[in-house]
Design a protein. Structure first.
Length: 70
């Protein structure tokens, strides 16, 4: 059985999940916005990349949650 992690370590891991979710969403939004401006396809690529960023953020959340279970 693995010893319990210190509270500070748990807080850091929990906050990193939230930060990753926000950053991946923002990066997807920024890439989509930039591509829409480049190709004149507003708002299609912004929406697509925003959704991809959100999905990437939640995939990271699931990965960290599974790691925590072990």
């Amino acid at each position: 059985m693995e010893p319990e992690k210190p509270l500070f370590r748990q807080l850091i891991e929990a906050s990193s999940v939230g930060i990753n979710l926000v950053i991946s969403t923002f990066v997807g939004l920024a890439i989509g916005y930039w591509l829409d401006k480049l190709f004149g396809t507003s708002p299609y690529l912004t929406v697509i990349f925003l959704i991809l960023g959100i999905i990437a953020g939640f995939m990271e959340l699931v990965r960290v949650a599974r790691k925590q279970e072990k």
